[in-house]
Design a protein. Sequence first.
Length: 289
Amino acid sequence: MTIDLLKREVALEAEHTAPLQRQETDVFGRIGSMEVRLARSQREIDAAQAIRYRVFVEEMHAQLPPEAMRRQRDFDSFDEICDHLLVVDTALFGDPEDQIVGTYRLLRQEVAMAHGGFYSGCEYDLAPLLARHPDKRFMELGRSCVLPHYRTKRTVELLWLGNWAYSVKHGMDAMIGCASFPGISPETHALALSFLHHNARVKGDWTVSARPELYRDMDMMPAEAVNAKRAIMAMPPLIKGYLRLGAMVGDGAVVDQAFNTTDVLIVLPTASIAGRYINYYGADASRFA
């Protein structure tokens, strides 16, 4: 059984009130009372950072810098240059920032290169990959998280609709970003990592590897010893979702001590996105608009 089977399975307080010049056109889609759009204010970004803190620190036991722990916000310098995708439940009582239930952080290549590079470049050597595709525009997906009560198919659909709509709007050719397994022991995930190594590893012009000093081998089990069904079941939902879309993974895993995770690099050319997903969301991401 190969990956083809899986595809078939289907910030200061004063700044918080500053507008980000967002308009209603930033709403990418709606399902019932929930909508997906970009953050419109520093207050909404702050609320997204608070959700990230709840998920990454309180739930996953990440250890952030002292100021982040004191403020109970997950934030870094990349927040200032990224767009922040939000899933908002408008049925919840309160201001817009009180209605945010999920978030993604999006970074376009031209913005990243003007500010020192992509976040995932800290773990993976992206320069050769980007150099081999000078005619393509990359975007980075990161900091994905959803509040526990909202970890449903509907929320995931909206997040992916938002990512797809954003990529269409900005003419993106490929998505990259780190996705995580829990814990800092890759051996704990030998089955799933070995499956990814044998069945979904980047090839040819899309080859990209973990930085040598951070590289952890994913090839821990021979291909014939890997039970594909069990390996897929052992993967975090986010990684399974990427694979269903047609993603590849970079060569080598990276242990992130601060976030208490074992990371893999997702590489997803938009031309590779499974046709049924494009049909579902619409080639122009208009299905739920």
